[in-house]
Design a binder for this molecule. Sequence first.
Ligand code: CS2
Ligand code: MN
Length: 365
Amino acid sequence: MKTVFRWFGPENDPIPLKHIRQIPSVEGVVVTLPGFPVGEAWDEEKIAALHKTVRGGGLTMEVVESVEVHEDIKLGAGKRDLYIENYAETLRRLSKFGVKAVCYNFMPVFDWTRSDLAYELPDGSTVLYYDQGEIDKVTDPRQMAEDMKRSSGGAYMPGWDAEKLDRLIELFELYKSVDGEKLFENYAYFLGKIIPVAEECDIKMAVHPDDPPWNIFGLPRIVNNQKNIERILRAVDSPYNGLTLCTGSLGSDPDNDLPAIIRRFGEAGLADRIHFVHARNVKIIKAGLFHESAHLSKSGSYDMYEIMKALRDAGFDGYMRPDHGRMIWGENGRPGYGLYDRAIGAEYLNGLWEAIVKSEEAGLR
Ligand code: CS2
Ligand code: MN
């Protein structure tokens, strides 16, 4: 297992690389090109510059996140073939710089959604919070998009790009004729074209589960449970067609039993499809109402030890990063992506992993 840490780049992340390098378990950063126009092939010079900065900082750049899929691809409309070709070109360019895994999502219109980005816990830390009741009150999704942008303090948010926000009403109209089945068909079409390129480039594609993993604003979501994910992984049966197991996203639906899902992938011969793990804990108050928490098992609803054991037993040997953390110690940063709590989380997760490996070595499990 290789531990990595999400970093938004020199202009978009207040955390300096040298601080990330001081987290003992972290080998590399997970990068993106913030604000790069969705649908265009990523600029090679920009990738090269980022690579130089990261390597100069003593870290690796093997994982890239948020290579966004254009809405036309999800809708199966307009210029989808052009956008798919551009996506393929992005993969070719990333592979020149040693990128080995790409995390993306296939959620219509919105990336992760929350009703509060700074919900205060009793200890004074703040976390991301989701209340379906609040979301249901939103009559105009443009308003919610504006609120999310404002409460992020103007920070770049992947998947919330300006072009899409301008087209919001039009997109909602277009999605009226796309149900879950149609979305799956469009997804399979995308995979059919992209996975052969990923194979050539030796880049593992790792889809991120929908967050939250249920339909919102009447838009379909299909990367949301074991059965649907298995269907997606089978749609193009290649080791390059894989998953980002984001515990926080998938697990916020109490019906998704994370250790059982991981074990099921093992039984189905799909364990080698888990290329990337986003590990975080979430406290589920009731269905549709949850907040994020510290990574520690007792802080949230998941047993992180059981999750790490299931991953180990499935033979997981990919990349892992601590996902969203709390905002603590007076840090001012981008919601979910502060330095301190994610660093604590990374060390805790590595502690669990070390104990699991060492007990195997000692014949104790
Ligand atoms: C991330 C996602 O912050 C998060 O929850 O895991 O935003 C992820 O980067 C995207 O869904 C990938 O496209
Ligand atoms: Mn995630």
